[in-house]
Design a protein around this ligand. Sequence first.
Ligand code: GLY
Length: 401
Amino acid sequence: MNAKTLCAGFGLCLLAACTTPERDFDVDEALSYCDGQVRRTLAELKGTDDSIDYTMMPRNIADSLDSWHCRKAAKEEWCSGFWPGILWYDYEATGDEAVREEAEQFTASLKFLSETPAFDHDLGFLVFCSYGNGYRLTHNPEYKQVLLNTADTLATLFNPRVGTILSWPRNVALYGGHNTIMDNMINLELLFWAAKNGGDPHLAEIAVSHADTTMKYHFRPDYSSYHVAVYDTLSGRFLRGVTHQGHADSSMWARGQAWAIYGYTVVYRETRDERYLDFVQKVADVYLKRLPEDYIPYWDFDDPAIPDAPRDASAACVVASALLELSTYLPGDKGEEYRAAAINMLASLSSDPYRCGDAKPAFLLHSTGHKPAGSEIDASIIYADYYYIEALLRLKKMTEQ
Ligand code: GLY
């Protein structure tokens, strides 16, 4: 049975299980589209002299432009791991050795991150998306060492009095204390991985402490999240929840909530502690309940400009990927509801209004990076593409089981 037929079958089951049945969706067509766009990007990066600067990573394509803006891999550039990660996923989907060679070359440009002190918490994004996927697919021992060293580096930001990793050392004075951002949940996966793969077992305890402290302080009673939690550095006391990239301190910034859904799904996978499984459903449900009809959130659920506010396709990609995994831990109606929601997100993302198509070499349009700073609004952004192809591969594997 191919993926499309199977999806259609599930859709019928879901008519009884939830109000919105999943849409028909062809995952193979979507993966083939991604492969075509990857090849266009590689051709663009090669330029006319057929050579690539492997330290320059595609980051975004502004709404008004049609070619990638690249940024040099650097400790301050949090998005450098996504393009190598996309190449690894495309290699996984196609088995094309030429794509693997490109993935290796871009990945190698990030090795310096395992050899320098931590700049901030983004080491998980940077190194797990690149080296982590590379190691998963190749078992290259050099990749393993980079991952283990980077996990140790990330752990240097842990403050045991607070119980979390300091996300932005550079912003301690700005926020008046130890700051932890919701995005930081994604970096816990590297610590869990290292603890299980020859690293210090204490790394998993750091990850659990971070998850528990974040669960306690970083959410409002309705399970929507703050972007930033500020703690007293010395006493560890929670001081306040504020925003950095959202509309307001009290609003639900879409990608922040997406990081929370993804992060607690990983924490449940790694611990099998039912507290996290229960919690992540609440965090997911407040997000799902407030989505517009096409399943792609506005950049912040509380922007008063809605429905004229920009969307954030990247949040939809992160949540689609997370919900596909989460659905496998929840047999019965709830799992089916999450799976259907994820497929509906992917169906929307794969439709003409959200696809770059021939216009640009990225996969997707309409992501929003940092609206309050006026940056990457309604753009193609590399992390949207990364979580999109990850979600497609997850769905493909699920339908083939
Ligand atoms: N980690 C930064 C962001 O989600 O924009």
